[in-house]
Design a protein around this ligand. Structure first.
Ligand code: R5P
Length: 310
């Protein structure tokens, strides 16, 4: 356990410190700042020669800055002869750009995978990837963990017994099923259609929500539009106005908080993969994934399996 070093980019110092504390190691010293023209400047202040290096960085907003910082850290480690570079990316930005919708579009998630490999990353650890097939963009190992067990541990105490788990679109059915199995509940699926990059509508509900409290689950909340439309659709379909929301990544961009501040919403659970900026929001509960990530680092350093952590 002693021949590794943990660097953190600037995306989420709170999570980085919590992981370091769990592991009883200090965070390695480094500088990450911007030149006056906006370029990212990174410097390692500790030797990484022949060491296993972990770089912690969510590529959360500002996505491009955090991504370039992560790439710069990895490049610096490779050039300074680190023996192994593991990028721990709790929130993997650009994951929604995993396919082409038109002939003239990029697959940006694939481009990010190429960039990480080009700078020498040997292994990627992330949580609740938007789609599991993103792993296929990499030729290196990718461990996509899930925060479902961590979130379930906390939210199960807050849910009414007859709760039904709602997947806000077909892409989240597997996640909703994981929650439903743990809660001994059933799954309802909403059919969501995207009108624009920030506007969606629910066209159909598969399952019965009449007089049932609902738990809406998702991988991420960005603008809050998906959840907002889901709440409206569920209430229109006769759901009890007792709604709980659980998402792994709480980005809360633009007026997301206002969109989720609805009289029927009792609580919003997210993890700390993204640094929470809403500190005075009574309904918001943040569950830390620091113990999970620390456990992964520990297992990697002792060549242990992480199978039971999924
Ligand atoms: C979409 O497929 C994702 O799983 C999320 O539902 C979506 O990205 C959330 O974004 P927003 O909060 O802006 O609707």
């Amino acid at each position: 356990m002693d021949n590794f070093i943990l660097f953190a980019g600037t995306a989420n110092p709170t999570l980085a410190n919590a992981i370091a504390q769990e592991l009883h190691v200090p965070l390695a010293a480094s500088i990450a700042e911007h030149f006056p023209d906006g370029e990212v400047a990174v410097e390692l202040l500790e030797s990484v020669r022949q060491k296993s290096v972990f770089i912690l960085q969510s590529t959360s907003p500002p996505v491009n800055d955090h991504l370039v910082e992560l790439l710069a850290f990895a490049d610096a480690c490779r050039r300074a002869a680190a023996s192994r570079i593991t990028a721990i990316v709790p929130y993997f930005g650009y994951a929604r750009a995993d396919k082409r919708h038109g002939r003239c579009e990029p697959i940006t998630a694939s481009m990010v995978a190429d960039l990480l490999q080009a700078v020498g990353v040997n292994h990627v650890v992330t949580l609740d990837l938007h789609t599991p097939q993103i792993e296929g963009f990499f030729r290196i190992p990718v461990d996509s963990l899930t925060a479902v067990p961590s979130l379930h541990q906390t939210l199960r105490h807050h849910l009414p017994p007859d709760v039904v788990v709602v997947s806000p679109d077909t892409g989240r059915v597997q996640m909703a099923t994981q929650y439903a199995q743990r809660l001994d509940s059933s799954v309802v699926v909403l059919h969501k259609q995207r009108k624009s990059s920030s506007e969606t509508e629910v066209t159909r509900i598969v399952g019965d929500v009449r007089d049932r409290p609902c738990l809406i689950v998702d991988d991420m909340i960005s603008t809050g539009g998906t959840i907002n439309r889901s709440i409206e659709a569920l209430l229109n379909a006769g759901a009890r106005p007792e709604i709980t929301i659980a998402a792994t990544h709480g980005l809360f961009v633009k007026d997301a908080r206002a969109k989720l501040t609805h009289p029927s919403v009792q609580a919003v659970f997210v993890t700390d993969t993204v640094l929470p900026k809403e500190t005075d929001w009574q309904q918001l509960q943040v569950v830390s994934v620091a113990p999970l990530i620390a456990a992964v680092i520990r297992r990697f350093q002792t060549n242990g399996s992480i199978g039971d952590l999924f």
